[in-house]
Design a protein around this ligand. Structure first.
Ligand code: 6CS
Length: 315
C-alpha cells in the first residue's frame, strides 16, 4: 500500500528528518510505500490534524504548539519554564519519559490517533525588532504565536506582550507588513526560513523547547496486520533515534549559520537574574494548565518527576 505522510515542515527540517527516516525504514523493510507531503501542501496545520483524525492522511508530523486546541493535554509541551534547555537532559527525558510513553498514548487513542513519538527541535528563541530584557520591554509588542494552543496566548500575555495567534503560512507576510513585531521558533527554523532577515534581534530567555509529534490514524493502525503494526512501531523507534541524535546539534547548526550569514544580527541571552521576572510570570500559566483537568495535572506531575530523573541521569 501507499500511505500518506503529511507534516508542517520541509524534508530537510527536523520533522522531515524524522519522516524521511520513517519512510526509508518502512520501504526497506516492506513493500509498503510512503508519500511525504511537506509543509503547506495539504493545508494548514490544524486542518492536517483533522484530516489525520478523519483517516484521509495516515501519518502526521506536527508541532505540538498546534495541538492543544484539539488535545488539551498536549499543551504540556508548550508550558513556559517547565522543560530544560540542556540538550542532554532533554534527550534523556524524551527517551525515558513516563508522561510520554505511558500517560499520553491512551489520551491520543481517545482522539482517534495513535502516538508514535514526541521529539525536540531546539530551544525556543524569540525574534523581535527591538532588544528586550524584561516583561516591561515587551509591552505593546505584537508577538505571533502558533494558533490552537491557549497556553501560548496566556504565556505571552503573562510575559507582557500582545500575542497574535496565526498559522505558519501567514507569518512571513505578517512580519513583512509589520502586522506583528516578533515571534518564537527554534533557531534552526529561524535560520532555514530567513526569519533572522525579518527581525533585528534573537533572544534566548530559556522558557521552552520547540517540540514536535508524530502520529498515525488509530482506525488505520488498528486494522493493520500484526506484522505491519510492528513495522510502523519499529520505523518510528528508528526515526526517533535519528532525530534525537540530530536534535542535540540543531541549535548549534542554526546559530552558526546565522552568525556567518547575518553578522549584524544581534543575539541576546538573558542572564539568570533577568530570567527571574519571566519565570515568576510563568507560574500562573503552569497552574492554569494543571487546574484545567485531572488528566492535565497528572501529566504535569509525571513530567516533573521524569525531568528530575533526567537531570540526575543525563550526562
Ligand atoms: O512556527 C511555525 O508554525 C512552524 N515552526 C516550526 C519550527 N515548524 C513548523 C511550524 O509550523
Amino acid at each position: 500500500a501507499t500511505w500518506k505522510y503529511a507534516m508542517g515542515e520541509g524534508v530537510d527540517d527536523p520533522q522531515g528528518i524524522y519522516a524521511v527516516a520513517f519512510k526509508n525504514y518502512i520501504e526497506t523493510h516492506s513493500d509498503n510505500k510512503i508519500k511525504i507531503y511537506p509543509v503547506g501542501s495539504l493545508g494548514e496545520e490544524t486542518d492536517l490534524l483533522e484530516q489525520t483524525r478523519a483517516g484521509l492522511i495516515q501519518f502526521l508530523g506536527q508541532s505540538t504548539g498546534y495541538m492543544g486546541g484539539t488535545i488539551p493535554e498536549m499543551d504540556l509541551f508548550t508550558l513556559p519554564y517547565v522543560l530544560p534547555t540542556d540538550t542532554k537532559e532533554l534527550d534523556y527525558f524524551f527517551k525515558h519519559s513516563k508522561a510520554i510513553n505511558k500517560l499520553l498514548p491512551p489520551i491520543f487513542n481517545k482522539h482517534g490517533l495513535e502516538l508514535l513519538a514526541v521529539f525536540p527541535e531546539g530551544e525556543m528563541a524569540i525574534t523581535t525588532n527591538k532588544v528586550f530584557r524584561s516583561p516591561k520591554d515587551l509591552e505593546g509588542m505584537k508577538m505571533r504565536v502558533m494558533p490552537g494552543s491557549p497556553i501560548l496566548v496566556d504565556t505571552y500575555k503573562a510575559f507582557g506582550a500582545s500575542p497574535v495567534p496565526m498559522s505558519w503560512g501567514d507569518l512571513i507576510g505578517a512580519l513583512k507588513t509589520n502586522m506583528v513585531d516578533g515571534e518564537e521558533n527554534p533557531t534552526v527554523w529561524i535560520e532555514a526560513y530567513d526569519l533572522d532577515k525579518l527581525s533585528k534581534v534573537l533572544t534566548y530567555i530559556g522558557h521552552s523547547s520547540f517540540n514536535a509529534c508524530a502520529v498515525t490514524n488509530k482506525q488505520f493502525y488498528d486494522k493493520l496486520s500484526a506484522k505491519d503494526k510492528k513495522l510502523v512501531k519499529d520505523a518510528s523507534a528508528h526515526a526517533e533515534k535519528v532525530i534525537l541524535k540530530e536534535a542535540q546539534k540543531l541549535d548549534a547548526y542554526g546559530l552558526g549559520r546565522i552568525v556567518r550569514t547575518n553578522p549584524d544580527y544581534k543575539i541576546v541571552t538573558l542572564t539568570k537574574e533577568e530570567r527571574k521576572a519571566f519565570k515568576e510570570r510563568a507560574k500562573p500559566v503552569q497552574e492554569k494548565f494543571a487546574s484545567k483537568s485531572a488528566s492535565n495535572k497528572k501529566l504535569l506531575d509525571q513530567m516533573r518527576i521524569d525531568l528530575e530523573e533526567a537531570e540526575k541521569n543525563a550526562k
